[in-house]
Design a protein around this ligand. Structure first.
Ligand code: HSE
Length: 398
C-alpha cells in the first residue's frame, strides 16, 4: 500500500481525493500496489466523505514515514512554500498544481528535491489536465525550442467565449467560471493575465533552461478588452484570445509577455473555446506541436496531479530534464518583436495612413479600425503617439 497526503481540500485537493478513490483499480494495476490518501491537511474541519482523513497539523504529515508523496493544493506561496520545503526535506516527493509557487520558487525547490533524491513535479500547474510539461521536457528533448505560446487561462477564455457567443455580461460570465471551480481564489489573477504570466514563465523556464521571473513579464489581461474590438476582429476573420507567449531571440536572449491577440481563423488556437487551453510549442526539428484540452477544473487538474504522483513512484523518475538555471540574465522585453498590430483610433483613415503608411482597413464606422504592416512593438508605440488610440493589440502572425 502506497500512502499519500493532500495539503488543502479546495477544488484541486478534492479532485485528487476523488480520482484516487474512483480510479483505484487502474492506478493499482499500473503501480502494482494500491494507492491510498492517508491524510488531508485542512484549516477548518468540514463534514463530507473525507472527514476521517482530515488533520490541521502539518507536523503529523511531515513526521509520518508511511506518507511517501505530498500533493500540495493550497495555492499561493507562503504556507505552500513552507510545507513544500519541509516535505522535501523530510524525503517525501511533492506534486503540485501551484503555478505561482513553481513560477516564483520552482528552481530552488527543484534543487532541494534533487539534493534529497526525491521528485518535485508540477504537470498540473500549466494547462490543467493537458499533458504539456512532460512532452516538452521529454518527447521534444531533442529540439532547440524557439517559441511557446498559448491560451493558458481557462477562466478568461470561458468569459470571452460566453460574452461573444451569448452576449453574456463580463460579471455574469466570471461568476459562472467561479461556480465551475475554474477561477483563482482572487479572480483578478485570471482577468489581469497574472495567472497566464506564471504559466508562460514555467513553460519558458523549461523550454529555454533559464529562470524568467513573473515580474519581468509585461502582462495585460482582458480587463480593458472591448467587445467592439472582438466583433470587428471576428468580421475580418480573426478571433481575440489572451495569449502567453515566450520567444527565443536571435541574439540568444529570451522574451515573454501576456496580452490579448488577434488570431487568424486558420490558426487552430483561434478555435480554442470555453475552459479549453491550447499550447503551441515550436521546436527546430518538430516545427509547431499543439497540445489541447481542459485547462482548469477539478477532475482534469487532479488527473495531472495523480499522474505525477504515480510518476514519482516509478523506479526511474524524470529529474534531470525538469530543471533550469536560476540565472535570469538574457531576458528582454518584447518591444523588438515584429508582428502586425490592430488599432482602433478616434480619427480618420488619413490619420492612420499618416502614422503607419499602408494599412488594412477593418472598420470605418465612426472610428477607424485597421491592421498595420509587421512592425515592432516599440515602433507601433512610437508611430501611434500622435493618434487617439482606443485599442491596440498584436496579431499572432504565423
Ligand atoms: N484559474 C486557472 C484558470 C486555473 O482559469 O486557468 C487553472 O490553472
Amino acid at each position: 500500500m502506497i500512502q499519500i497526503a493532500i495539503l488543502g481540500l479546495g477544488t484541486v485537493g478534492t479532485g485528487v481525493a476523488k480520482v484516487v478513490a474512483e480510479n483505484a483499480r487502474q492506478i493499482e494495476r499500473k503501480l502494482g500496489e494500491p494507492l491510498q490518501v492517508k491524510s488531508i491537511l485542512v484549516r477548518h474541519f468540514k463534514n463530507g466523505p473525507f472527514r476521517q482523513l482530515m488533520t490541521d497539523d502539518f507536523g503529523k504529515i511531515e513526521a509520518d514515514d508511511d506518507i511517501r508523496v505530498v500533493v500540495e493544493t493550497i495555492g499561493g506561496v507562503d504556507a505552500a512554500y513552507e510545507y513544500t520545503k519541509r516535505a522535501l526535506s523530510a524525503g517525501k516527493h511533492v506534486v503540485t498544481a501551484n503555478k505561482q509557487l513553481v513560477a516564483e520558487r520552482g528552481c530552488e525547490l527543484l534543487a532541494l528535491a534533487r539534493r534529497k533524491n526525491v521528485s518535485y513535479l508540477f504537470e498540473a500547474s500549466v494547462g490543467g489536465g493537458i499533458p504539456v510539461l512532460h512532452p516538452l521536457t521529454q518527447c521534444m528533448a531533442a529540439n532547440r525550442i524557439d517559441e511557446v505560446y498559448g491560451v493558458l487561462n481557462g477562466t478568461t477564455n470561458y468569459i470571452l467565449t460566453r460574452m461573444v457567443r451569448t452576449g453574456a455580461f463580463f460579471s455574469d460570465a466570471l461568476r459562472e467560471a467561479q461556480a465551475k471551480g475554474y477561477a483563482e481564489a482572487d479572480p483578478t489573477a485570471d482577468v489581469e493575465g497574472i495567472d497566464t504570466g506564471r504559466k508562460i514563465c514555467i513553460l519558458a523556464d523549461l523550454a529555454f533552461g533559464y529562470q524568467i521571473d513573473p515580474e519581468q513579464v509585461p502582462t495585460e489581461g482582458i480587463g480593458k478588452l472591448s467587445l467592439r474590438d472582438v466583433r470587428i476582429a471576428q468580421r475580418a476573420g480573426y478571433r481575440v484570445k489572451l495569449l502567453g507567449r515566450a520567444v527565443r531571440l536571435p541574439g540568444g536572449g529570451r522574451t515573454a509577455y501576456v496580452a490579448p491577440h488577434l488570431i487568424p481563423e486558420d490558426n487552430p488556437i483561434s478555435g480554442v473555446e470555453d475552459v479549453f487551453n491550447a499550447v503551441m510549442i515550436r521546436g527546430n526539428a518538430t516545427g509547431e506541436v499543439m497540445f489541447y484540452g481542459r485547462g482548469a477544473g477539478e477532475l482534469p487538474t487532479a488527473s495531472a496531479c495523480v499522474a505525477d504522483v504515480m510518476e514519482c513512484l516509478q523506479a526511474r523518475p524524470r529529474r534531470e530534464e525538469i530543471s533550469w538555471s536560476a540565472d535570469t540574465a538574457g531576458f528582454e522585453g518584447p518591444g523588438e518583436l515584429k508582428t502586425r498590430h490592430y488599432f482602433r483610433i478616434e480619427g480618420s483613415l488619413t490619420d492612420a495612413a499618416m502614422a503607419f503608411g499602408q494599412v488594412e482597413v477593418l472598420s470605418e464606422d465612426g472610428e477607424t479600425a485597421f491592421l498595420t504592416e509587421p512592425l515592432s512593438g516599440d515602433s507601433a508605440a512610437r508611430q501611434s503617439r500622435l493618434l487617439n488610440v482606443l485599442a491596440c493589440m498584436r496579431v499572432l502572425d504565423g
